[in-house]
Design a protein around this ligand. Structure first.
Ligand SMILES: [Zn+2]
Length: 136
């Protein structure tokens, strides 16, 4: 049990990974449609891309929020991450037009980036303050 927790939480920086995938989401919804007008990129505009991005975002948000909360005990990053996941997830799985999907995914990605960034800052502050991680 201890080995599994160690390998999942410690080997991946979930906040960095979550920010990276959220940025991919933003690029997919903002820059790619413009580039696709001049370059053959339409394969990346497929709507299933949002499902794959959500599958990558989900563990990043869950493990990022969990390990962050264990470090700093602040619930704000978890709320931001949950709201972002709800928006990106509904864009990925609920039937809606492409324009609506983009309009929902962009604020969702921004909330995820805000949540992961706040989580990283609070982790850093708790380390600087010398706060020790709580043991379950
Ligand atoms: Zn997109």
């Amino acid at each position: 049990m201890h080995i599994i927790r160690f390998s999942i939480i410690k080997l991946v920086n979930w906040d960095k990974f979550g920010n990276f995938v959220s940025m991919l989401c933003l690029i997919h919804c903002t820059v790619l449609p413009l580039l696709a007008m001049v370059l053959p990129l339409s394969v990346f505009l497929d709507e299933s891309v949002h499902v794959w991005l959500f599958i990558a975002l989900l563990p990043a948000a869950i493990f990022g929020a969990w390990s962050g909360w264990r470090h700093h005990g602040d619930g704000k990053p978890s709320l931001l991450l949950a709201a972002g996941l709800a928006l990106v997830g509904s864009a990925a799985f609920l039937p809606m037009s492409t324009a609506a999907e983009i309009a929902v995914t962009i604020p969702g990605s921004l909330l995820l980036i805000a949540g992961h960034t706040l989580n990283r800052r609070l982790n850093l502050i708790s380390h600087i303050a010398g706060a020790r991680p709580t043991n379950p």
